[in-house]
Ligand binder design. Structure first.
Ligand code: B12
Length: 252
């Protein structure tokens, strides 16, 4: 297990000491940052600080130095957002500060997206993705979309606050065999189940494989609502979509 002194960045060390209280969370966060390079820690620190200009500059510089886009995304941007999430949950920061951090995340992702979305291979399948009704969180969904595109999928992004009808119309219009739904709020998670029910009502459930994800979603919740798969992160999202394509239709 790593120790806090294995983290080079003083700002990150102070954030952990000042704002994290749960032993498991402290240990997990220390492990994440201890294995990240000082350059990635600096990107995280700027993101936690809500400084989109610095995240923009540092991300561009890191890519120019030849650092992999995936490393920047995981060890720089997502790692930083982890601390932001904990501070928000514990009421150390509020919506305006989180919005500044989300803006910083997007500034970095603007460089990462074209790289991860560039697959150079023939399209392997079509996916519809959207955040469910009532939910405006789109950072995780957008990461999934980037990775799916990078893996060769054509993705139609329905954005946030997507109604059941919008999901159904998009699947029909694009004859998409795969639908992905994202939810970040416990209050909007049930809208995933409602959307699945709407597909059943329209007699379209057999036509599409449905995967779900988002921080509060679990495998059990996915099973209970009748989804075909749950993915804990963007890599799992791509793995699921590929698995759906490989499965013969009678197993659906
Ligand atoms: C950023 C953020 C915001 C931003 C969103 C900006 C944006 N453009 O997305 C803003 C400030 C707008 C916001 C608003 C609110 N938020 Co908010 N927010 C967050 C925060 C801090 C980070 C979310 C995030 O981007 N994480 C980083 C990404 C990379 O992770 P991710 O979304 O989980 O996605 C990954 C996986 O889940 C998975 N995945 C995601 N989608 C999918 C889909 C599929 C198909 C698959 C397979 C996988 C998959 O892959 C992704 C990549 O690895 C979380 C805290 C947290 N720990 O999640 C709170 C959090 C989600 N928010 C919360 C709350 C309460 C709110 C508000 C209600 C606050 C308020 N009082 O207004 C509003 C709700 C607005 C609305 N109607 O949606 C709560 C939810 C609590 C709950 N139990 O429901 C959280 C958990 C914070 C907390 N209190 O702990 N929020």
């Amino acid at each position: 297990m790593a120790s806090i002194n294995d983290i080079a960045n003083e700002f990150i060390r102070e954030e952990i000491e000042e704002f994290l209280e749960e032993p498991d969370e402290i240990a997990r966060t220390i492990d994440i940052f201890a294995q990240a390079t000082p350059a990635m820690q600096t990107i995280s620190a700027a993101l936690i600080d809500g400084d989109h200009h610095t995240v923009d500059e540092l991300t561009e510089a890191a890519l120019e130095e030849g650092i992999e886009a995936l490393e920047i995304m995981d060890d720089g941007l997502i790692a930083g957002m982890g601390i932001v999430g904990i501070k928000f949950r514990e009421n150390f920061i509020f919506v305006p500060e989180v919005l500044a951090c989300a803006r910083a995340m997007k500034a970095g992702m603007a460089y990462i997206e074209p790289i991860l979305s560039e697959s150079g291979i023939d399209p392997i399948g079509t996916v519809i993705m959207g955040t469910v009704k009532g939910d405006l969180h789109d950072i995780g969904k957008n990461l999934c979309i980037m990775m799916l595109r990078g893996a060769g999928f054509v993705v139609h992004d329905l954005g946030v606050d997507t109604s059941e009808d919008e999901f159904i119309d998009a699947v029909e219009e694009h004859e998409a065999p795969i639908l992905g739904m994202s939810a970040l709020l416990t209050t909007t998670m049930p809208n995933m189940g409602k959307t699945i029910d709407a597909f059943i009502d329209e007699d379209l459930r057999e036509e599409v494989k449905i995967m779900v994800g988002g921080a509060p979603v679990t495998q059990t919740f996915a099973d209970d609502m009748g989804a075909d798969g749950y993915g804990k992160d963007a890599l799992a999202c791509v793995a699921l979509a590929k698995q759906f394509l490989e499965e013969p239709e009678e197993e659906w």
